[in-house]
Structure formats: C-alpha cells, structure tokens
Design a binder for this molecule. Structure first.
Ligand SMILES: [Zn+2]
Length: 138
C-alpha cells in the first residue's frame, strides 16, 4: 500500500485507534481518511512541522456509527449513514484539535473519552429515529 502522506497516517492511526483495535468502518477506513487529509492539506514539506486540524466529534461519529447501527439493527446503507452523520454533526458542537508531531495524544484520548458518551447517545437517538430501510433494494 502506498502512503500518500508520511507523518499524517501514523498521527491519524493514533487518533482513530480504538482501545481494542477492532473498529472497522468500510466507509471511513484509513485510506479514506488519509485521502481526505491529503486533499485538505498542502503537499507536506519535509523539514517543516506538519499539523492537521480535526473535529474530535467527527472522529467519534465515524468510529461509533457503524456499531450503533448494527446494535439497533438500523439501515446501514450509504444514504442513511450519511444522513445520520450529518444530523449528528449538526447537533453536537464541534471540538477541534490541532494534531502535530508535538501533540500529546493522551490529552486527545482523554478528550475523546470525555466526549464519547454524548456522541453515542446522540447516535443511538438518530439511529432509532431513522425508519428508512434500503437494505432490500439491490
Ligand atoms: Zn438506508
């Protein structure tokens, strides 16, 4: 696999890695995130420090939506996932953090743990509110 960025990928892995490491999201996978970051930031200059800005809420939504949908047997099509993601992003105030080589990841981990319950409860509410089911359409 060709890395599109040098430092950003490990930084993102640190940020998005779950405690158990078993989070799998076919849409928001590592390549996708790397691609997004790659598009959003200029070509990295080797000698200069690199940093990206990330909405922790958005990260948490990406991590927890798939299993929330699964647990409550909601429609997991791309439309419903996007719809719920948009609703959650609009509902929960963003928490932006800058991530760079000097970032203290324990701080970000603590912030994610602090924000996780409200993100999950919002996702549960939105998943239960979504009565669409596009799974039978093939
Ligand atoms: Zn759907």
């Amino acid at each position: 696999m060709t890395r599109k960025t040098n430092k950003t990928a490990p930084l993102l892995r640190l940020l998005t890695r779950s405690e158990t490491g078993d989070i799998t999201n076919p849409i928001m996978n590592e390549d996708f995130k790397q691609g997004v970051i790659y598009v959003r930031t200029a070509e990295p200059v080797i000698e200069k420090p690199e940093a990206v800005e990330i909405n922790i809420i958005s990260e948490l939504i990406g991590e927890w939506l798939p299993q929330t949908i699964k647990r409550f047997n909601g429609c997991d099509c791309a439309v419903c996932r996007a719809e719920i993601t948009v609703s959650a992003l609009n509902e929960i105030p963003p928490r932006y953090v800058r991530i760079s080589d000097e970032t203290d990841f324990d701080e970000i981990k603590a912030l994610k743990e602090e924000l996780r319950p409200s993100v999950i409860s919002t996702l549960v509410k939105l998943v239960l509110r979504n009565h669409n089911d596009h799974r039978k359409i093939s």
